[in-house]
Design a protein around this ligand. Structure first.
Ligand SMILES: Cc1cc2nc3c(=O)[nH]c(=O)nc-3n(C[C@H](O)[C@H](O)[C@H](O)COP(=O)(O)OP(=O)(O)OC[C@H]3O[C@@H](n4cnc5c(N)ncnc54)[C@H](O)[C@@H]3O)c2cc1C
Length: 271
């Protein structure tokens, strides 16, 4: 299918991009989710502003006790980065399992978080890590914690004139892991679980069981109170109400939450 007519601008500076977004243009990052949605006419923006020329949005560096990852950094770069692998493994591992190599070469961490697909891996991994995003508009800059970022199906707490410029990853999330279940290598997660064992306790986040990534508070409460892994796994799906659909029944998905939480927790513990 051919997308509807639209205007296209390639931003030369971040200020140009912010002005275009404030004027109603939709940001275009790697195009791996937005372009397919436009071809299916599930999205019909009147204008696009391409962020692909903004070198300042690409790259990974240390900043205090966090890693600062530019929003236009690709999944492939995130997955291979030695600092992320060492300090916030759950995010690198989630990025390494996104789609195929072609998609990981184009798709970006900022695009994935901005898109907020309920089966996406990066929003759940960021939530498990306890990370955050930095967003900018012509009005200024603010920080949104991962717990507050995705509010509903394909919806974030960003205002319509805001862009994600940076993703902040805690360096204290080394003991972490991401486990996903999907049928073919290129497929999205049916269910994915990220676990971080940090100094403030264990955080567990799940994708594929709701309209947004969810904290597995049942699992967290048991483990953080000194309970056994078996007890925690038994509580992993507490409060989650996945849908029966073509991927499987709600019961099956809740079973996967427990299996993957055990897998990711065991892997994180050994790191
Ligand atoms: C076949 C296939 C398989 C896939 N498999 C997986 C998978 O297994 N797991 C997974 O997690 N994902 C998967 N994806 C999606 C992939 O991760 C995309 O890269 C990602 O969802 C969107 O990133 P993008 O850079 O391509 O963003 P785009 O498609 O360019 O944009 C996506 C949305 O985010 C907005 N946006 C982009 N950048 C910003 C920004 N800086 N600030 C605010 N909003 C922004 C856009 O306006 C748009 O609404 C798959 C995609 C395909 C086509």
């Amino acid at each position: 299918m051919i997308p509807s007519a639209l205007s296209y601008t390639k931003a030369g500076t971040l200020d140009e991009a912010l002005a275009a977004v404030a004027a109603g243009a939709r940001p275009l990052a790697g195009g791996q989710s937005l372009v397919p949605m436009m071809r299916l006419r599930l999205a019909a923006p009147e204008g696009l502003v391409d962020l692909g020329g903004l070198a300042e949005l690409v790259g990974i560096c240390e900043d205090g006790d966090e890693l600062a990852v530019g929003a236009m950094t690709t999944h492939r770069s995130v997955a291979a980065d030695p600092q992320i692998l060492a300090s916030c493994h759950v995010v690198a591992q989630a990025a390494s399992g996104v789609g195929s190599l072609v998609i990981r070469n184009r798709g970006t961490i900022g695009g994935s978080l901005g898109h907020a697909d309920p089966h996406a891996d990066l929003p759940a991994a960021l939530l498990a890590a306890g990370g955050a995003v930095i967003v900018r508009s012509s009005r200024g800059e603010r920080r949104i914690e991962a717990d507050d970022l995705v509010t509903s199906y394909l919806t974030t707490s960003l205002a319509s004139d805001e862009l994600i410029t940076q993703v902040r990853l805690p360096k204290g999330a080394a003991r972490s892991a991401y486990a996903k279940f999907h049928r073919r290598a290129i497929d999205w997660s049916i269910v994915g679980v990220g676990v971080t064992i940090g100094s403030a306790g264990t955080r567990v986040a799940v994708t594929g069981v709701g309209d947004r990534p969810l904290r597995a508070t049942g699992f967290e409460d048991v483990i953080n109170a000194g309970g056994s892994l078996d007890e925690a796994v038994a509580q992993a799906g507490t409060g989650m109400s996945p849908l029966d659909d073509l991927d499987g029944s709600a019961e099956y998905k809740l079973h996967l939450v427990g299996v993957l939480a055990r897998q990711a927790y065991t892997e994180a513990s050994g790191r």
